[in-house]
Design a protein around this ligand. Structure first.
Ligand code: GAR
Length: 207
């Protein structure tokens, strides 16, 4: 009996975490995950089972280059249902929004509660919510002469950008910072932030 329990534990330990990455843009964060998997950052415990795009975007090229199964979904009323079907059919454990710009409906968020994470280019709760994404965030941060900005990884709930914060990274915004500077700085810090959050979720206490 004791031996059987050991075998079950061993199986649980070797289970890989299957993720789906949802994208709308250049996919630089998707690329960071692909690279991290290739260089062993997740110790073989994480695999991208699906990339889902809601529009034609460069992220699709990156996914296809890495030979990942890739879907394009229509940005209509059935969007959340289509994503739900893909994730259920592919045995997905975690859904990663990496620059995904569509809003997922409440039913979807409830079904996948604590199984969806989002990367956001600000220090939430500041500069979040409907319509706050990408350069719009940076423009607002600069217009308000914020002394600090940063990025956040959080769980996704029905309230846009309101779910529990997993991790944040902040930096000082120099007085002469412009849009390009802020965009590049966010892009630089958000990759390690997203990867470390993913590692913690995939490897648990070991990360
Ligand atoms: C990232 O900066 C991410 O934080 C932001 O979109 C960019 C995607 O870049 N996400 C949001 O604004 C979501 N509200 P990528 O396509 O190169 O990964």
């Amino acid at each position: 009996m004791k031996r059987r329990i050991n075998i079950i534990n061993k199986l649980a330990k070797i289970k890989k975490m299957n993720i789906a990455v949802l994208v709308s843009g250049s996919g630089s964060n998707l690329q960071a995950i692909i690279n991290a998997i290739e260089n062993g950052y997740f110790e073989g415990k994480l695999t991208i089972k699906a990339v889902i795009a809601d529009r034609d975007c460069y992220a699709i090229e990156r996914a296809l280059d890495a030979e990942i199964d890739t879907w394009m979904v229509d940005r209509g009323p059935a969007l959340s249902k289509e994503i739900d079907n893909i994730c259920s059919d592919n045995d997905i454990d975690l859904i990663v929004l990496a620059g995904f710009l569509s809003i997922l409906d409440a039913e979807f968020c409830q079904k996948w509660d604590k199984q969806i994470i989002n990367l956001h280019p600000s220090l939430l709760p500041k500069y979040g919510g409907m319509g706050m994404y990408g350069e719009k965030v940076h423009t607002a941060v600069l217009a308000n002469e914020e002394k600090h900005s940063g990025a956040t990884v959080h769980y996704v709930t029905a309230g846009v950008d309101e779910g529990e914060i997993i991790t944040q990274e902040s930096f000082e915004v120099p007085e002469d910072a412009d849009l390009l500077w802020l965009k590049n700085k966010i892009s630089e810090i958000e990759k390690p932030l997203l990867l470390s959050a993913l590692k913690k979720i995939a490897l648990g206490n070991k990360a």
